[in-house]
Design a protein around this ligand. Structure first.
Ligand code: KG4
Ligand code: ZN
Length: 342
């Protein structure tokens, strides 16, 4: 098994990657963000249709970038859960057809498992350390996971309401900063004062998070400033910085204490929000203080990509896993739940 093809279509990024063993030769991502920006969020049917249009040109681009022919592919890994069903089905059907035509094995990968592996994409030659503690922070998920081995995960806690990325996107919409909101809030926050507004840090027991109270507090502040005619550019920068700081504080506090509690020497931060510059800088300082080894993927591997799916699939294929042609797609699927048709 030399070349693995990865396919990711679970949300609004169409992505195809080629790995040789653990080394990435190509990871092409076509984002649909511009399309969905007009609606202020992802429209599922539009996402699925875009995947149909784009998947094969991107497959060709990935093969060209890797410098190989389709017939050289030895196995295929595809995201089959969780995600938007219509979007997932496009990638899954393509993966099955390719596996059938090429007579190669394929496996279905949990998108969250892909994010877990994204922390190690740039280190193909070093062993993946177990146990490690992973903070998954994306548009749809905010979870703390103890990774004990390949395919052996314990979900410690998740958000009770909004995901961290969702909180960024909703706050950006409130401030009319466009979609997706995370990168723009990150940019505006650099010019703002994180102490200008004191937003609440939710006190949630255990390894869980909550961001809906924060979202409401920002909305109230925006309404108050609007009523006073004081919602100027500086106020928006300050709101962004103060909101972002509240999210960053919550994420760092829980992730570092969970890593300590479970004796995990390595902490990974993965998913789109892991690209946040304040989170990265402050998490680095906190981990140094706590004596933890920190791994955050480069920005192009924080957000959705097929390289991470191919890497997760690589370990499943190595362990002998093979999917059957009746493998289905699932909108909801917790990490570590391997009860799926094989
Ligand atoms: O992992 P991802 O690409 O897709 C999901 O699986 O959800 O994450 C997308 C999320 C969006 O909510 C986006 O606003 C957020 O990641 N994001 C950021 C940044 N870059 C992307 N949030 C904060 N700061 C960023 N720099
Ligand atoms: Zn994701």
């Amino acid at each position: 098994m030399r070349y693995i093809l990865g396919i990711e279509t679970s949300c609004d990024e169409t992505s195809v990657a080629v790995l040789e063993g653990r080394a990435t030769h190509a990871s092409i991502v076509a984002s649909q963000a511009d399309l969905h920006a007009q609606w202020g969020g992802v429209v599922p049917e539009a996402a699925a249709r875009q995947h149909v249009e784009r998947l094969h040109p991107i497959l060709q681009q990935a093969l060209d970038t890797a410098g190989i022919e389709l017939r050289q592919i030895d196995a295929i890994a595809v995201t089959n859960r969780p995600g938007l069903i219509g979007a997932l089905v496009v990638g899954l059907a393509a993966a099955k057809s390719l596996a059938f035509a090429l007579r190669v094995p394929f496996v279905g990968v949990n998108h969250l498992e892909g994010h877990l592996y994204s922390a190690f994409l740039t280190e193909p030659d070093s062993d993946i350390p177990f146990p490690h503690l992973a903070l998954i922070v994306s548009g749809g998920h905010t979870e703390l996971v103890l990774a004990r081995g390949h395919g052996d995960y314990q979900l410690l806690g998740h958000t009770l309401d909004d995901a961290a990325g969702e909180a960024f996107d909703k706050t950006a919409r409130l401030l009319q900063l466009g979609y997706p909101g995370g990168p723009e809030i990150d940019r505006r926050a650099r010019q703002g004062d994180p102490n200008a507004f004191r937003f609440p840090r939710a006190q949630v027991a255990g390894w869980r998070f909550s961001f809906s109270g924060l979202k409401t507090a920002v909305r109230r502040e925006v309404e108050r400033l609007q009523a006073q005619g004081a919602l100027n550019a500086q106020a928006v920068d300050d709101l962004c910085a103060s909101f972002q700081q509240a999210v960053v504080d919550a994420l760092i506090e829980k992730a570092v204490s969970a890593a300590r509690a479970y004796g995990a020497p390595t902490l990974t931060v993965v998913g789109g929000v892991a690209a946040n510059s304040a989170l990265q800088a402050q998490m680095r300082t906190a981990c140094q203080r706590a004596g933890l080894n920190l791994k955050i993927p480069p920005p192009n591997y924080c957000t959705d990509n097929a390289a991470m799916i191919a890497l997760a699939g690589y370990f499943r294929l190595l362990a002998g896993e093979r999917a059957a042609y009746d493998l289905d797609a699932y909108a909801n699927a917790p990490l570590g739940d391997d009860s799926r048709p094989q």
